[in-house]
Write a protein that binds this ligand. Structure first.
Ligand SMILES: Nc1ncnc2c1ncn2[C@@H]1O[C@H](COP(=O)(O)OP(=O)(O)O)[C@@H](O)[C@H]1O
Ligand SMILES: [Mg+2]
Length: 245
């Protein structure tokens, strides 16, 4: 199953009819690829991933998961189709234990509990050690790990994360990103919205810079790390032309 995992084509989405926030964004993500979505505050990065995840109404364009058209499919169904999303906040149930958070994720996909939890605990031994602890008492880094672990219970083809580094120290960002590299090594495609440009470009294969709801520059991450156009786009200085996807 190697090919285009996620295809976003001229997507339009927003919170109110006639007021699109995402305005014709296009992006393709290959199986096992990591693509970072960068861009200034308010560019529509969160709205884009939420629209793909079925949490914000889509008013135009298409989203495909492999050959499957998932445009406008609500979030609770997408988990069965192979798409998982880790929102920026409230991505775990704070009052439930670590184990309960994972068990609930397994129940939602009607999977056999132990068969799903085993591999996830093997990947996140710190979570297994803390499995009786309420999620709200985990450290920031461990809570983010739990949110990722919850998403992996569904065995997604594509995992989207909104700012997984938010609020974490550089050391914890490195730990979470190492884990994301491991997730990708398992064949999962990752879409990563990030403010932490440096860390995101170090992890990602490619990156897209979103400005005013459209991708304005898409390039290999290693090249973008040295591309002055990134700063220009963040600062709204130039009409940079879209790069080659
Ligand atoms: N729940 C919402 N209802 C209405 N407008 C929203 C909502 N969330 C975000 N917006 C608006 O959408 C625009 C893009 O926001 P967002 O997608 O959060 O950008 P980013 O993640 O790139 O910072 C902003 O102008 C913001 O005010
Ligand atoms: Mg955001």
């Amino acid at each position: 199953m190697t090919g285009i995992a996620l295809g976003i084509e001229r997507l339009e989405a927003g919170y109110e009819p006639g007021l699109p926030i995402v305005r014709g964004a296009s992006l393709q993500v290959a199986d096992g690829e990591i693509v970072a979505i960068l861009g200034p505050n308010g560019a529509g990065k969160s709205t884009l991933v939420k629209a793909v995840a079925g949490l914000v109404p889509v008013s135009g364009g298409r989203v495909r998961l492999g050959d499957d058209d998932i445009t406008g499919v609500p979030a609770h169904r997408l988990v069965h189709r192979g798409l998982a999303f880790v929102p920026q906040t409230e991505n775990v149930f704070a009052r439930l234990s670590v184990a309960e958070n994972l068990e609930l994720a397994a129940a939602l996909v009607k999977a056999e509990r132990d068969e799903r939890l085993g591999p996830v605990y093997a990947m996140f031994p710190d979570l297994e050690r803390q499995r009786s602890l309420p999620a709200g008492r985990l450290s920031g880094g461990q809570r983010q790990m739990l949110a990722v672990a919850r998403a992996l219970i569904a065995r997604p083809r594509v995992l989207m994360l909104d700012e997984p580094s938010a609020g974490l120290s550089p050391k914890l960002v490195a730990q979470v990103f190492d884990k994301l590299a491991e997730v990708r090594a398992g064949g999962v495609a990752l879409v990563l919205v990030e403010q932490n440009v440096k860390a995101a470009l170090a992890l990602a294969d490619r990156a897209a810079v979103l400005v005013e709801g459209r991708e304005r520059l898409v390039a290999r991450a290693a090249e973008l790390a040295h591309d002055a156009r990134i700063a220009d786009l963040y600062l709204g200085r130039v009409e940079a032309s879209a790069g080659v996807p």
